[in-house]
Every structure is written in structure tokens, then in C-alpha cells.
Design a protein around this ligand. Structure first.
Ligand code: ITT
Length: 194
């Protein structure tokens, strides 16, 4: 089968790998392009992703997606949320663990939200995924990236960095890309074929 290729503007190759794990099942291949876009200040990653894709489309004038993810920690009133990239660069996983030191296990709830935004100049559409879980007491595991070593999905005891195969199936990103691929293969690919 000829794969449908879609450009994916991101600096993060891990995201592309996780997206392609899902895309593969739909005959869709995501191709990484390096175009920086301004991440506007907004608490919701969906709004950030939508503005981002509009900017990237205006530069390349071709169908493209961007994806923005945030880690929302309940005990910190949703921090770092849409500022997750900045916070990760500044204080990293050890800084988050310090902020939560002394917070008991049952109060360490958190979730990841991922939003994929698509634009082809006519349609701008977003697709979301959420993964519930909690923040671990210490960093564990060496797979994955970013906050994976401190995030334990609901119903499990291991961090995402210890269970990459499971992450690939159930993550916020897997869900958002599955939603995108479902829509894209129905709305766009079937219209092109008829
Ligand atoms: P872009 O170029 O696509 O923006 P990025 O890595 O900066 O790549 P985000 O802004 O979406 O991506 O990510 C915000 C932060 O959250 C950043 O520090 C990531 O490392 C981290 N992050 C994103 N997705 C994650 C995931 O699935 N697991 C753990 N950390 C993640």
C-alpha cells in the first residue's frame, strides 16, 4: 500500500516515532519538518497547537500537523500545563519531584493532554488525547523522553519510561493520533479516492 505522507512540524523525533506507530495502521506516514512556530501563552495545549498549525501552514502552504503536549499536576493547580516545555528545560524531572516532596501518593494525580492540530488551508481541526496517572516518588526507567521517568499511568505501577511498548498503545499522543488518523482516513483519503 502506498502510504499517505503528512508533514509534522516538530523538533522532537520521539513524537514522530510515536505518531508513526499509530499512523502505520492507517497507511499514514508522518514526516518530520523543522519549522519553529510561536507557542502562544494559553493554558490549553489545544489552543497552542491550533495557533501553531495556522502559523506553519502560512509558511509552507501545504497540509501539515503540529502537536502540543502538557503535563497537568493536580496538586500544583495544573502546573506546568501548556508551559511544560519551558519548565522541563528549567527545572526538569528533579525539580518537579522537589515541588511535590512530601505530597502523599494519593495526592499526586496528574494527566498528560496531547493535541494534534491539522491544517490544509481550508480545514483547521484539532484532535485530543488524555492519559491519567500520577507523579512517581523518584525517576525510574530510561526509555521515552521528557517527563516519562516520573509519570505512572493509572492502573499501573511502572513509569512510562519503563514500559515504552504500553506507552505506544495507550498514551495521550497515541489517542490523539488515532483520532486524527480515523478522521483523516475517512474525511480526506476517501474523498480523494472517490
Ligand atoms: P515540539 O517541537 O513538538 O514543540 P517539544 O518536545 O518541545 O516538541 P511539547 O512542547 O509538546 O514538545 O512538550 C512539552 C514538554 O513536555 C517537553 O518538555 C516534552 O519533553 C514533554 N513531553 C511531551 N510529550 C511527552 C510525553 O509523551 N512524555 C513525557 N514528556 C513529554
Amino acid at each position: 500500500m502506498n502510504k499517505k505522507k503528512i508533514k509534522f512540524a516538530t523538533s522532537n523525533p520521539h513524537k514522530v516515532k510515536e505518531a508513526n506507530f499509530i499512523g502505520e495502521k492507517y497507511g499514514i506516514e508522518f514526516i518530520q519538518i523543522h519549522i519553529e512556530y510561536p507557542e502562544i501563552r494559553h493554558e490549553d495545549v489545544e489552543v497552542v497547537a491550533k495557533k501553531g498549525v495556522e502559523y506553519v501552514f502560512s509558511k509552507i502552504k501545504e497540509a501539515v500537523i503540529v502537536e502540543d503536549t502538557g503535563l497537568y499536576i493536580e496538586a500544583l493547580n495544573g502546573f506546568p500545563g501548556a508551559y511544560s516545555a519551558f519548565v522541563f528545560r528549567k527545572i526538569g524531572n528533579s525539580g518537579i519531584l522537589k515541588l511535590l516532596s512530601g505530597v502523599p501518593k494519593n495526592e499526586r494525580r496528574a494527566f498528560f493532554k496531547s493535541s494534534v492540530a491539522f491544517s490544509d488551508g481550508k480545514i483547521v481541526k484539532t484532535f485530543n488525547g488524555v492519559l491519567q496517572g500520577r507523579i512517581a516518588e523518584e525517576e525510574r526507567g530510561c526509555e521515552g523522553f521528557g517527563y516519562d521517568p516520573i509519570f505512572i499511568p493509572l492502573g499501573y505501577e511502572k513509569t512510562l519510561a519503563e514500559i515504552p511498548a504500553l506507552k505506544a498503545e495507550i498514551s495521550h499522543r497515541a489517542q490523539a493520533f488515532r483520532n486524527f488518523c480515523e478522521w483523516f482516513s475517512k474525511a480526506v483519503l476517501s474523498a480523494q479516492q472517490s
